[in-house]
Design a protein around this ligand. Structure first.
Ligand code: FCB
Length: 407
């Protein structure tokens, strides 16, 4: 039996572009069309209209928090113009959460950028931080009275990797040089946003907020156990998992570490080229592990290892995303159960973990993979937007209610 700490945060996450629908004014909307994606985000889950019903369901599942993101391109449809109407919308969203006893955990950036911002060069532009901070200032000024938890940037290294290293997401660049520049701008944007948010709360006489990032962490495992693969594991673990965190720890700009954990990467290099050493994975199906419907290995032991390694930072850790896409709902509960056990092991070894947030509350638009992958505790029928609570969600709701996992 695992008894989770008092006041543990239990909930699920979404992000604006993946659930709201009709986010027409960002780089993804445009790119979905120009890249000819099989499925475009379109109305997504119509969560923009249905958020109250969705939060009713979250409450009925005993969640006590909810993570979501504010869509920058709604607040700032152009660089100079702020939309009062959208500010009111998100105030209603936050209030709806609070009325239901759900602590809001608000992400300020979750992969999408306003179209005007991407036209100015996006995160490659040295001015990017100024634009982002302007948005952060307005939003935080507006909602400071209601929000305690802020996430400045979701998965910066995933963004850099997909958008600037392998070129799979907009703006589809493949350049280590640009990747470095964007990473530096994101670090600086976070650091300044952290300080800004603290100042806003202080000036308003509000209690200190909790500000962090959502850091995707992967277990890197060598396929063949040779020197080059071991070196590749070392380099990827350092550059993907830890460099960003180290920078933020050094500037003391995290009140908690948000961890997003899904899978491991089976590292198999075939040459000494930088690209090969930093990106190649096993192509020969050497992994015998169970997988999600996108083929990602299920590897809960990797989470234990990573959590233990976070101890050096001596900060609270919140699992901000962990989840599985599958049509096999029994496997979904199995996945949650195994990862909660991993968290239990890390807690027993002294890691200060203060929350578990499942990805995702709803089935949603999984970026370039479209609507096929089903990550939701709640299923969505995209023909009529009907929601169906899955059995795994009900089992998980008992853990949320009691704070106890019976083994
Ligand atoms: C994470 C993203 C989230 C979702 C899950 C499956 O990397 O933060 O938006 O796509 O993966």
């Amino acid at each position: 039996m695992i008894v989770f700490p008092q006041g543990f945060l239990w909930g699920a996450a979404t992000s604006a572009h993946q659930v709201e629908g009709e986010n027409r004014n960002n780089d993804w909307w445009k790119w979905e069309r120009s890249a000819n994606l099989k499925e475009t985000s379109g109305s997504a889950c119509r969560h923009y209209q249905l958020f109250k019903e969705d939060f009713d369901l979250a409450r009925s599942l005993n969640h006590n928090c909810h993570r979501f993101s504010i869509e920058w391109s709604r607040i700032f449809p152009s660089s100079g113009a702020i939309s009062r109407e959208e500010l009111t919308h998100y105030r209603n969203v936050i209030q709806a959460l609070k009325e239901r006893g759900l602590e809001p955990i608000v992400s300020l950036h979750h992969f999408t950028n306003p179209l005007w911002f991407s036209k100015l060069g996006g995160w490659e532009n040295p001015g990017s931080q100024g634009h982002y901070l302007n948005y952060v200032r307005r939003v935080v000024e507006e909602f400071a009275d209601l929000v305690k938890y802020w996430v400045t940037i979701n998965e910066p290294m995933v963004y850099v990797y997909y958008s600037y290293v392998i070129g799979a997401w907009p703006p589809q660049e493949k350049s280590f040089l640009k990747a470095r520049r964007v990473t530096a701008n994101l670090i600086s944007a976070h650091t300044q946003a952290y300080k800004l948010i603290q100042v806003i709360y202080r000036n308003k006489g509000l209690p200190k907020p909790e500000v962090g990032i959502a850091k995707n962490m992967q277990a890197f495992v060598p396929c063949k156990n040779n020197f080059r693969n071991r070196l590749a594991v070392y380099l990827r673990d350092k550059s993907f998992n830890f460099d960003f965190l180290n920078k933020l720890a050094k500037s003391k700009t995290m009140d908690f570490i948000g961890v997003n954990y899904y899978t491991r990467s089976l590292v198999e290099t075939s040459s000494w080229s930088l690209n090969n050493v930093l990106t190649r994975i096993c192509q020969d199906n050497h992994s015998s592990l169970l997988k999600n419907s996108l083929g990602w290995d299920i590897y809960p032991e990797g989470l234990v290892d990573l959590l233990l390694r976070l101890k050096i930072y001596d900060l609270p850790v919140i699992i901000l995303e962990n989840g599985i896409c599958t049509m096999d709902d029994a496997l979904r509960w199995n996945f949650i159960n195994q990862h909660l056990k991993s968290i239990g092991i890390a807690l027993a070894k002294g890691v200060r973990i203060s929350g578990y947030i499942y990805w995702s509350l709803l089935d949603n638009f999984e970026w370039d993979k479209g609507f096929g992958p089903r990550f939701g505790l709640i299923g969505v029928d995209y023909s009529d937007f009907r929601r169906t609570v899955r059995e795994s969600a009900r089992i998980f709701s008992l853990v949320c209610k009691t704070g106890i996992l019976e083994q």
